[in-house]
Design a protein around this ligand. Structure first.
Ligand code: SF4
Ligand code: SF4
Length: 170
């Protein structure tokens, strides 16, 4: 959804958002139950994922991809890749199976003092730590509303606000 402002060339060499240090495990992908059922069993991608159930306050369910068992060292900087990342091709999932959260990265929907806000994860090297005019315009021209609507239907994607994440107002 951010392809118009993300640099393909940067993404091809980066893949930062598809690998996780232990301190980033709160960001591992969240999948709707229907997709979890498909990806937990042998499937068209030839890769089976391990998921943990997530239930939000509105009792909607999802599955969080489990990567904790994949670390090989005690180094806190060690990164493990998402199960569905091909090192050459990138994400192997079709758009219909790709988590919404992944498709809006580096944007996040967060709960700040009881209010839903759209925030920018400041670590994407392509977009940068400060919302650009192009990003602000994209959000104001419909993407922001789309994210809010999805979050209302799938509240498990709403994360607690984290300091240092710039908020983008609609
Ligand atoms: S962190 Fe940013 S630049 Fe890197 S792969 Fe993800 S979207 Fe692309
Ligand atoms: S599901 Fe795809 S886009 Fe999301 S983290 Fe995994 S490889 Fe990356």
């Amino acid at each position: 959804m951010l392809s118009s402002i993300l640099s393909r060339a940067s993404c091809a060499t980066c893949k930062f958002c598809c690998s996780f240090r232990r301190q980033s495990l709160w960001e591992t992908p969240l999948f709707p139950l229907k997709v979890v059922e498909k990806l937990s069993l042998p499937n068209e991608y030839g890769v089976v994922g391990e998921f943990r159930a997530v239930v939000d306050p509105q009792k909607s369910c999802a599955g969080r991809l489990v990567l904790e068992n994949n670390y090989r060292t005690a180094d806190p900087e060690e990164e493990v890749s998402c199960t569905f990342l091909d090192p050459q091709k990138g994400c192997i999932l079709k758009p219909e199976d790709k988590p919404f959260d992944c498709s809006i990265w580096p944007l996040r929907i967060m709960n700040k003092d009881g209010e839903l806000v759209i925030a920018l994860t400041p670590t994407c090297p392509s977009i940068g730590a400060v919302p650009s005019q192009a990003l602000n315009e994209l959000i104001k021209s419909g993407l922001g509303e789309k994210i809010l609507e999805y979050a209302k239907e799938h509240p498990y994607i709403i994360k607690d606000y984290r300091a240092g994440f710039p908020i983008i107002y609609l």
